[in-house]
Design a protein around this ligand. Structure first.
Ligand SMILES: [Zn+2]
Ligand SMILES: [Zn+2]
Length: 173
């Protein structure tokens, strides 16, 4: 897996800005985790790291786009994915281990930030759970499978969803 570590000891007290344009930061985990997502517009990220007493302030943002299937009709659509972040990061308690939410590895008191893991987390937070090609997307016909945005099928005129019929007949006691 593609990893990118930032050596925190080199960062001056006033902080330093980093720019990321390497697409493997995003395409790597997309493949590794088997996401139904293809890269669209190239991603760009910036991160400003400032040393603090007990850790580091990490702030910045990223933007790009991905191609995903519409949640209803499965047509591929391009959606922008962008976000801003600001968090306080503390070094992990134990040497050589990234535990839980911890993103700063400590190895013999040398601290490195897992920038790839941090940015991927931000990407996942910004990715919509159920992307739609349009708010009014009609989806696929559950019976014959045609894309209802493009054609009307014979099964369109139905007596309604049987599950809804059950609800309609429900009597409140
Ligand atoms: Zn759709
Ligand atoms: Zn149909």
């Amino acid at each position: 897996m593609f990893e990118l570590w930032i050596a925190l000891k080199d960062i001056p007290a006033e902080g330093r800005e980093f720019h990321f344009t390497d697409q493997s930061l995003w395409t790597g985990p997309m493949k590794e985790y088997g996401l139904q997502v293809r890269p669209g517009k190239a991603f760009e990220a910036r991160m400003f790291i400032t040393p603090q007493d007990e850790g580091f302030l990490v702030a910045g943002g990223f933007s790009g786009s991905v191609l995903v299937p519409c949640d209803r009709c499965a047509e591929e659509i391009e959606i922008p994915v962008a976000g801003e972040f600001e968090s306080f990061e503390e070094p992990c308690a134990k040497d050589d281990e990234l535990l839980g939410e911890c993103r700063i590895r400590r190895a013999k008191n040398v601290l490195d930030l897992d920038a790839s893991g941090y940015l991927w987390e931000q990407f996942m937070l910004a990715l919509p759970v159920s992307p739609l090609c349009a708010e009014e997307c009609k989806g696929l016909c559950p019976k014959c499978g045609v894309n209802r945005n493009q054609e009307t099928c014979a099964c369109a005129e139905d007596k309604g969803d049987p599950r809804l019929a059950v609800l309609r007949n429900l009597k409140l006691s």
